[in-house]
Write a protein that binds this ligand. Structure first.
Ligand code: ADP
Length: 545
């Protein structure tokens, strides 16, 4: 029997209209260095209509890809809302990618138009001659005349282009299964691969971001969206804000600890989201310039494991709760959030909070062993995490239908490449990425566990651990550590510090002290680069064995 229920499409055009009317008082604001420029969601609706009309006037139609090469700001928010709502496809380009990768991605996605921030024009100008399908470039927040157009490409000023456009648009009916936005993985472990989110997946994902077991966004919140809009859709915050009527603050290019803390001091956001390295920097700044940040009810941290020592510092010294979350570009990205179960407190609750979190109903998860067998969710069995569900990708985008990386899929499940355990009550604990696990004498060492233990030492600002070849054990861990300013510690002392924290055979003998851990385009430890530095003899390695 079929249900009697209506089959209304989950379309981002409907979401935009909702946000712009029934949540019209909420705001999106951009930090300018000393204050905010603010638009209400009502004004965002009008700006989105002007942008959609402008894009239509340039010939952008259904399914055409419109790239963005931008910081988090009001204009990027308008692109997020207008492009999918008009039936075209938003493609966020990661401004921090290596040039070859960026060019590959824009050509692969066949972007027709790119909206570029004025401050990024000098960088974009180097790529533009290699972008084969781009016909129009729109420069926002800057001088369009500063960009020299190759033949066949027209350059426009965002302000001028939108000025004469009507502030209403006849948003089309959209099939909820059609693509709304595209992101490419940042290639931490390989070539970038494209994921195309649907209207349906983004709508359902937004509901999960708003859910109480997700990020619990509501109209009482002001979110500081530090996580870039060019990476994994800013963790779904822009669209979820529209749904919740939550105000959202965009830091633009001011991503260093000082300006982030200045925004917090001025605007007292209730919620913030960023990768651990950003929060490490904020903590280091707070240590020398204390400031009350307890206005933050929750800070979502994910993208890489949160060191428990960092979570403790936020708890004890700043009265701010870190919410640890796991996800990937392929999972929209919200996969799991580490809220402790009701009734737990103290150490028991903390033990849950440092896991990667509990899966919501829409994310099915299982562990698979080396032999392909499905392992029990007993909190002990260690295997590769596989997930499936309505906002998990089922393949990678391919312009010609060729299968890209079919090995990443296992009968409808996405193979995440993450290795861990799942407890009987659905909490994921990641041990490592399968590529980063160190195999020493047939046993596994988690590079993440070692990093967290080393970063628990007061003299250490950050530390990355990776496996290096060893004649006797095949592989052994090497710790690349960064000392805090003015702090002193040597390899011997640090190893002693670890003695009661990790198994004896895991104690690292190889240490290198470096000025900074190299980071990927999205701020994660770049172990590919560290491995290359080691192979090229660039690290000054101390060996205690
Ligand atoms: P990339 O694969 O290019 O780094 P993603 O941002 O999609 O880009 O990265 C997803 C990966 O990040 C996950 O597969 C996982 O390895 C890692 N990750 C994300 N969140 C966490 C977390 N909370 N703890 C540990 N690792 C995480």
């Amino acid at each position: 029997m079929l249900s009697t229920m209506q089959d209304g499409p989950l379309s981002l055009a409907i979401l935009l209209e909702y946000g712009a009317t029934f949540q019209s008082a909420a705001t999106v604001s951009t930090w300018t260095g000393d204050g905010l420029r603010t638009m209400t969601f009502g004004e965002l609706g009008q700006e989105s209509a002007r942008l959609a009309n402008a894009l239509r006037s340039l010939g952008v139609g259904k399914d055409d890809r419109v790239g963005t090469f931008m910081w988090n700001n009001n204009e990027h928010m308008a692109a997020y809302t207008a492009i999918p709502a008009m039936g075209s496809i938003l493609h966020t380009l990661n401004i921090r990618l290596f040039p070859e990768q960026l060019i590959f991605i824009a050509n692969h996605a066949e972007d027709k138009v790119v909206i570029v921030d004025g401050s990024l024009v000098p960088m974009f100008a180097k790529y533009l001659p290699s972008l084969k399908t781009v016909r129009h470039v729109i420069v926002a927040n800057g001088d369009a005349a500063s960009l020299e157009a190759p033949s066949g490409v027209e350059v426009h000023s965002y302000t001028d282009l939108l000025a004469s456009q009507p502030d209403t648009f006849d948003w089309p009916d959209i099939d909820e299964r059609s693509a709304a936005a595209m992101c490419y993985t940042s290639g931490t472990t390989g070539d970038p691969k494209g994921v195309a989110y649907s209207h349906r997946s983004m709508w359902l994902h937004s509901m999960q971001v708003c859910a109480s077991n997700g990020m619990a966004l509501s109209d009482a919140d002001t979110t500081l969206a530090i996580v870039p809009m060019f990476h994994a859709m800013s963790w779904g915050l822009p669209h979820a804000s529209l749904m919740a009527g939550a105000s959202i603050i965009m830091p633009d290019r001011f991503l260093q600890p000082e300006p982030l803390l200045a925004i917090m001091a001025a605007e007292k956001p209730t919620f913030a989201a960023a990768v651990p390295t950003i929060w490490q920097g904020v903590l280091a700044r707070l240590a020398v310039a204390p400031q009350d940040i307890s206005h933050l009810r929750d800070v979502v941290v994910g993208g890489a494991a949160v060191p428990p020592s960092m979570m403790r510092t936020f708890d004890d010294e700043y009265n701010v709760r870190i919410l640890h979350a796991w996800g990937m570009t392929e999972t929209s990205p919200l996969g799991s959030v580490a809220r402790p179960p009701a009734g737990t407190s103290g150490d028991e609750a903390f033990a849950y909070r440092i896991t990667q979190g509990r899966f919501p109903a829409s994310v099915q998860a299982r562990l698979v062993g080396d032999d392909g067998s499905v392992l029990p969710n007993d909190g002990k069995a260690l295997g590769e995490l596989e997930v499936r569900g309505p906002w998990i990708t089922g393949s990678y985008y391919s312009p010609d239908g060729a299968k890209i990386d079919p090995d990443k899929f296992d009968n409808g499940w996405l193979r995440t490449g993450d290795v861990g355990t799942i407890s009987p009550n659905g909490y994921l604990t990641l041990v490592d990425r399968s590529k980063d696990v160190i195999k020493s004498g047939g046993e596994w060492i988690s590079s993440v566990d070692l990093e967290n233990a080393v970063m628990g030492h007061p003299a250490i600002a950050e530390a990355a651990v990776f496996g290096v070849p060893d004649e006797k054990w095949d592989e052994r861990p090497l710790v690349a550590a960064v000392l805090r300013e003015g702090a002193e510690a040597d390899a011997e002392k640090l190893r002693e510090f670890l003695a009661d924290k990790v198994a004896k055979w895991q104690l690292p003998e190889r240490w290198a002290f470096i000025n900074e851990v190299p980071k990927t385009s999205v701020g994660k430890f770049d172990k590919k680069r560290l491995r290359a530095q080691y192979a090229d003899g660039e690290l000054n390695v101390i060996n205690l064995s």
